[in-house]
Design a protein around this ligand. Structure first.
Ligand SMILES: [Zn+2]
Length: 84
């Protein structure tokens, strides 16, 4: 049985650390060929991971940017809680 989209999302994150092999890889590949949403999500996860890995984390953090990110995160998080 092929994984559903929720399982595919979990696999996309795990796949960054430990690539799939055998039947798990084949089932994921078949799902990706049939589902453009999971294919796009997987591409975005890979791009995000690649982007983060290129960041120079030794740079000092701009406090204004940090506050804006925290504020935006809290706003989004609160909206999510309200809608559930
Ligand atoms: Zn899917």
């Amino acid at each position: 049985m092929l994984p559903n989209c929720k399982q595919m999302a979990e696999l996309a994150s795990k796949n960054l650390d430990t690539p799939l092999t055998g039947m798990a890889w084949l089932k994921r590949k078949i799902h990706m060929l049939m589902c453009k949403h999971c294919s796009r999500y997987s591409d975005q996860i890979k791009l995000s991971s690649k982007t983060v890995s290129t960041l120079d984390l030794d740079l000092p953090i701009n406090e204004d940017v940090k506050k804006n990110v925290e504020k935006t995160y809290q706003e989004l998080h609160c909206r999510k809680d309200v809608s559930q």
